[in-house]
Design a protein around this ligand. Structure first.
Ligand code: BES
Ligand code: MG
Ligand code: ZN
Length: 496
């Protein structure tokens, strides 16, 4: 692991390796990068011209052995047109530099990035995303990343701000990396008990953690969650994990975050065909994001109260598994007829949310779930789907999405989408069209009047070739989607 520090642009640059940012138009350097020694600048420009390098947005190249005054090696990042840059772009630049650095043997590097505090933080977020690897199952992993020090060169007054914002950003980035690990871990390791035991480790950060096991869940009447999870082996039985963070004093109300933690989704008796089953270890991406958000907000000391709930189960096939036509009564007394055992996520969330609302009376509830393939059809993995009964909450989440680059798009939740049942209050199956709204309407039956937002993050939690990979060319596997979005949202709420 490397350390991140900030250094004033006025003092001597301590590293012989630097990252500079260049505009498309005639290789003009961004203001801070301009402060490079003129001789070096000239050399960089010459080599770029020789390479016929196009400094379009996000394109990067590395120049070695320039032997300039104080600078040997340069990573050049094209920014396109500087005027059009938004914060998200700096995350992308960070990703591409982080990815590149992971493969080079530099021990340190300095980046001319601190035009302002927020830009620098966005770059760090991206850098961690790009430098991330998941290699624990390789018997011969690649050599460890050699980087020991990332220095952000900034204006003196920005350096002051960075002194406090760097540790916070690193905490966020490390939380997101842990979320990515969870998503990438296969379910023969990451089962419900695994996530529960990882959550218990959060106690040492000052969070309170409670785990309800299958016996307690059955006793409490969480029969929808149990229906999904009861087909799994004894060691893989459901867990409801409740993580409590009191950052604003006991008198303040709590907000709730609830995550779908289906550690593997076979589809149940309505079994998924192979090509759709692959990757379903990531069906706990919502729960993982809630976990990471809780970890990040305690480390960043956000003055707010939040309950994070992880609904963990495995959707498996056995003689005890749930089957079509059965009827189950949820924690809130509503009855559900099973029309499809692959529509399991909504059942887990239904009980987890009804219980959270009943027990903790949160002022609002946000759930995150890899809930429907239909959201990928609609939004292509470019946006997560946002479904909500609360306009103000929606607006704020959309704004945080824009800011962090973890973007959402609002979708309809009209009552017409509810899947009806002849014999019970509702059916868990989809209808042929609008599957994501149908799922959202199911969830809506379990939140009552509480302001609620449901984020359907199927296709966002895990980058595959068809979805996220297009937007973040260097992100593979688990993405950690949701952590930066939620932390930004909670922080802007706390600062009110
Ligand atoms: N976990 C899946 C949704 C999913 C699909 C996540 C693709 C990530 C990528 C969910 O449990 C599911 O199977 N949904 C069904 C619902 C249907 C049976 C009503 C779907 O989307 O097909
Ligand atoms: Mg399913
Ligand atoms: Zn699922």
């Amino acid at each position: 692991m490397f350390a991140v520090t900030a250094s004033s642009i006025a003092s001597k640059v301590s590293s012989r390796n630097v990252v500079v940012f260049v505009e498309e138009d005639k290789f003009s350097f961004l203001p801070l990068s301009k402060k490079l020694d003129g001789a070096v600048k000239k050399k960089i420009t010459n080599v770029l011209e020789m390479q016929n390098f196009k400094a379009s947005k996000g394109k990067s190249t590395a120049l070695f052995g320039l032997d300039g005054d104080g600078v040997d090696n340069v990573v050049v990042v094209g920014v396109g047109k500087a005027k059009e840059l938004i914060r998200e772009d700096w995350v992308h630049f960070g990703i591409s530099v982080g990815k590149r650095l992971d493969k080079l043997t530099f021990k340190d590097i300095a980046a001319y990035v601190g035009e302002d505090n927020d830009t620098a933080c966005a770059f760090i977020e991206g850098f961690y995303l790009g430098a991330y690897r998941f290699e624990q199952f390789k018997s011969k992993p690649l050599p460890a990343c050699s980087l020991k020090k990332l220095v952000l060169l900034a204006e003196a007054e920005v350096v002051k701000e960075l002194k406090t914002s760097i540790p916070k950003t690193v905490a966020l980035a490390e939380a997101q990396a842990q979320v990515r690990d969870f998503v990438n871990l296969p379910s023969n390791i990451a089962n419900p008990e695994y996530l529960a035991s990882e959550a218990k480790k959060l106690k040492k950060l000052g969070l309170s953690v409670e785990v309800l096991d299958e016996k307690k869940l059955a006793k409490l009447g969480m029969n929808l969650m149990m229906a999904v999870g009861k087909g799994a082996a004894e060691k893989d039985q459901p867990r409801l994990v409740i993580i409590k963070y009191t950052g604003a004093g006991k008198k303040e109300p709590y907000r709730a975050l609830v995550g779908k933690g289906v550690m593997f989704d076979t589809g149940g008796y309505n079994v998924k065909p192979g090509k759709y089953m692959q990757g379903m270890k990531a069906d706990m991406g919502g729960a993982a994001a809630v976990f990471g958000t809780m970890r990040a907000i305690v480390e960043r000391k956000v003055p707010i109260n939040v309950i994070g709930v992880l609904g963990c189960a495995m959707n498996m096939i056995s003689r005890d598994a749930f089957i079509d036509d059965e009827v189950y009564t949820g924690y809130n007394g509503k009855t559900v007829e099973i029309g499809h055992t692959d529509a399991e996520g909504r059942m887990v969330l239904a009980d987890a949310m009804a219980y959270t609302i009943d027990k903790y009376k949160p002022s609002e509830i946000i759930d995150l779930a890899t809930l429907t393939g239909a959201i990928l059809v609609a939004l292509a993995g470019k946006y997560g789907g946002l479904f909500s009964n609360a306009d103000a909450l929606s607006e704020k989440l959309l704004a945080s999405g824009k800011k962090t680059g973890e973007q959402l798009w609002r979708m309809p939740v009209d009552d017409d989408f509810l899947a009806k049942s002849d014999i019970a209050d509702m059916n868990n199956d989809g209808k042929p069209y609008g599957g994501s709204s149908v799922a959202a309407l199911f969830l809506k039956q379990f939140v009552g009047d509480t302001p609620w937002a449901h984020l359907d993050i199927a296709g966002m939690a895990m980058a595959d070739k068809a979805s996220m990979a297009k937007r973040f060319p260097s992100l593979e596997g688990g993405t950690g989607f949701g952590v930066r979005l939620l932390v930004d949202y909670l922080e802007s709420e706390a600062s009110k």
